[in-house]
Design a protein around this ligand. Sequence first.
Ligand code: ZN
Length: 101
Amino acid sequence: MGELRLGDVIDDYCVKCRRITNHSVVSILNEQPAKVRCRSCYSDHDYRHEIPPPSRKELKKAELFKEVLASVNPAASGTAEVAPESSAADVKPKKRVGKKV
Ligand SMILES: [Zn+2]
């Protein structure tokens, strides 16, 4: 990354415009843009690295996914009843005998 200076114009995602727009750098931290101002609507916000926030739709999707997982798990643990015992038995003898000191 080259020299970054206050007032430089960079691309970033504007939440208000809901798209990537030109932004002026208004504050810099560790040679990275910290705050930027949208040149379309003039709102200041933290630099987002051009990443849009998750939409409500996506949040809802994530919630649904969790519900699906919850409904799937009980069945999975039911069929896997035998496995934990045998695998535990396999693991126990693996005590490491350290090198002689
Ligand atoms: Zn904007």
